[in-house]
Design a protein around this ligand. Sequence first.
Ligand code: ATP
Length: 244
Amino acid sequence: MSEPVFPGEAPDGLAIRVRGLRKSFGAKTVLDGVDLDIRRGEFFALLGPSGTGKTTLLRILAGLELPDAGTVLAARRRTTVYQEPRLIPARRVLANVTLGLPSSVREAGRRALAEVGLEGYGRAWPATLSGGEAQRVALARALVRDPEVLLLDEPFAALDALTRLQMQELVAELCARHRPAVVLVTHDVDEAVRLADRVVVLREGALAVDQAIDLPHPRDRDTPGFTAHRRLFLTHLGVTAAAH
Ligand SMILES: Nc1ncnc2c1ncn2[C@@H]1O[C@H](COP(=O)(O)OP(=O)(O)OP(=O)(O)O)[C@@H](O)[C@H]1O
């Protein structure tokens, strides 16, 4: 490694600053000189075809993976929500939410559960929850840590279509209230355009498009401008116009 990773916090106004990031697995180069600044409070979405390195980039931002070269400066409190809720089955819901934190945060844990629509679920067992409820618990577990950077790795991908829409709405609401910087990795172009302030496409190891989405909230496919953004990203993802 040529330079240290996480030598300090990102400069003022930034939650994340990435410079010259490279990562290979064996002969395969996944990230090939990625530069990226994410502002504090910015909702950032990362699109890209399967296997292009989105999760690898997120894992590097989380501090779970080391790059081969480059620097990452990031706000310290970073929390990840994954596609699966990753709850501990032998712990009740509230204990899952406050896992690893002092007992003084139990009340904050209950408040976080209420914020995700699960008031009164603290003593429930994970096995009794639906997929959507379990993912709400995962969100509460992130929320109670008061993240400066919220890393979302396809958090809605395993949910049915209706639950996915409800969860997108919830995440939009929570992020508008708490204003963490968000990095959302998703395959879903509509989801990215609906939620993000800015969308980037990762292709062949580099960031191919970097587009601000300056549309009012709440957004849906009927919001003027939505379809134009959608088309742009689909085109950059290699989807032909006929399939739009
Ligand atoms: N620990 C690892 N060892 C070897 N190869 C890896 C490892 N982690 C990721 N890769 C490879 O790196 C490439 C990028 O993987 P990554 O999971 O980051 O892509 P992705 O864009 O998130 O994919 P998807 O959208 O399908 O989740 C893939 O070819 C993958 O097989």
